[in-house]
Design a protein around this ligand. Structure first.
Ligand code: ATP
Ligand code: MG
Length: 427
């Protein structure tokens, strides 16, 4: 019978990849925690209406990328394409937003029906951060300072660069939109079908176009910053000053807009030049209008989402995965003969209790000394511990270094904790 395969663009993350994922997730978790962020976990499925109302009807996501289906009651549900909408929905529903400040984060799979390619999948994973109740540039700056710290913690500080922009208030964007449409209307014959469509529906998105001809036309287009309101200008100036003071390097990209409707004022992207077209590893901005748009009280908010697959790919591509990020065992315990099995198991337990954090693999499944040694070698352990009839009789265990020429030696079982901590302490 033909085997059933995974869905295109939805990847299995295999055991040899998970240590890197865990390293990344743990590093992020630690950094976020150190800034006072608290984790929130939302469902993967929400009502379709939530995404339509928040992301915007005329965005790529809502127009053509969502996994939407009717459940058995006939309700229209959608696999979340991003986390912000669900986070706001949850925060509102549980009274976390009104008159409070919150620093929240989440991680998990997101779903978008896009053309799969390197760094672009149909199920992918994000780490998202959302802050509520803070309207000033201080929290925008803190978010970016925190992200910069994260890149340092991952060894990526010299492989990511920050672009920022201010897209002003909704009114400023309306004014700009008019000017942009006016300008682009003279180039209708030269625009591709996507841009022509957007000219009617969501002209600011044209600035995002990857088409070089369109980008050439845009070179002379009016720029948004000429239309910014006083408050957005002041907010942006203060943000830049705070980033300067903190030593966070950035470039202002006046053409940077975000694909989702809910952003305003600050927007930013962290970009790498090492992954080709899928170079944005983290993106976000301020979305002061969204909570109200979803039925809550006006609540300022700012956040970002990081694409985990892209950061993983970046670490791999650059060869920056730390040596200790492996599934390698530390100690491999072998019993020679049925009589030694219970003692070897007890010894494994004792070693685990003594060496917390080390991987102690007990050989199961029997076999000859030779085949057990082969497994020990393949486990990546640096020490094998062997308990046989002789060791059993004398209350010892044989300790055999696997990655050096040091000789095997018999150690009293009571001495084993000290010998092992010395061994591992000296590496
Ligand atoms: P892009 O311009 O690359 O399509 P986007 O603007 O759609 O990105 P966001 O919605 O801002 O992306 O999501 C934040 C981050 O999530 C992106 O910067 C990227 O790192 C990651 N991401 C988005 N879509 C995908 C995908 N299909 N596969 C893998 N990662 C993704
Ligand atoms: Mg996209």
């Amino acid at each position: 019978m033909a085997k059933i395969q995974a869905i295109r663009g939805m990847n299995d993350i295999l055991p040899d990849q998970t240590p890197l994922w865990q390293f990344l997730e743990n590093t992020v978790r630690q950094v976020l925690r150190s800034y006072g962020y608290q984790e929130i976990r939302m469902p993967i499925v929400e009502q379709t209406e939530l995404f339509k109302r928040s992301i915007g009807e005329v965005t790529d996501i809502v127009e053509k990328e969502m996994y939407t289906f009717d459940d058995r009651n006939g309700d229209s549900l959608t696999l979340r394409p991003e986390g912000t909408a669900g986070c706001v929905r949850a925060g509102e529903e549980h009274g976390l937003l009104f008159n409070q400040t919150q620093r929240l984060w989440y991680t998990g799979p997101m779903f978008r029906h896009e053309r799969p390619q390197k760094g672009r999948y149909r199920q992918f994973h994000q780490i998202g951060v959302e802050c509520f109740g803070m309207s000033g540039p201080d929290i925008d700056a803190e978010l970016l300072i925190m992200t910069a710290r994260l890149w340092s913690a991952l060894g990526l500080q010299s492989h990511t660069r920050l672009e920022i922009n201010s897209i002003g208030t909704a009114q400023a964007r309306r004014n700009y939109r008019e000017a942009l449409v006016n300008y682009l209307s003279d180039f209708k014959a030269e625009l591709d079908s996507d841009s022509l469509r957007r000219l009617e529906s969501n002209p600011l998105r044209i600035l995002d176009s990857k088409n070089p001809d369109t980008q050439r036309i845009l070179e002379r287009a009016p720029v948004l910053d000429a239309f910014l309101d006083e408050e957005s200008i002041a907010h942006f100036a203060r943000l830049k000053a705070l980033l300067d003071a903190a030593g966070v390097v950035y470039a202002v990209n006046p053409r940077l807009v975000r694909g989702l409707d809910y952003y305003g004022k600050t927007v930013f992207e962290w970009i790498t030049d090492s992954l080709g077209a899928q170079g944005t590893v983290c993106a976000g901005g301020r979305y002061d209008g969204l909570v109200e748009q979803l039925g809550g009280k006006p609540t300022p908010a700012v956040g970002f989402a990081m694409g985990i697959e892209r950061v993983v790919l970046l670490l791999e591509t650059l060869g920056l995965v730390p040596d200790y990020v492996t599934n390698d065992a530390d100690v491999y315990v072998m019993a020679m003969g049925d009589g030694a099995l219970a003692a070897a198991m007890a010894l494994s337990e004792a070693i685990r209790a003594d060496l917390s954090g080390k991987i102690v693999v007990m050989h199961c499944g029997g076999g000859s000394f030779k085949s057990q040694m082969k497994k020990a070698d393949r486990s990546g352990a640096s020490l094998a511990i062997i308990v046989g009839e002789n060791e059993l009789a004398s209350g010892t265990a044989s300790v055999k270094p696997l990655r050096s020429d040091e000789p095997q030696k018999a150690v009293n079982q009571s001495e084993l904790p000290r010998v092992l901590s010395e061994f591992f302490g000296s590496r």
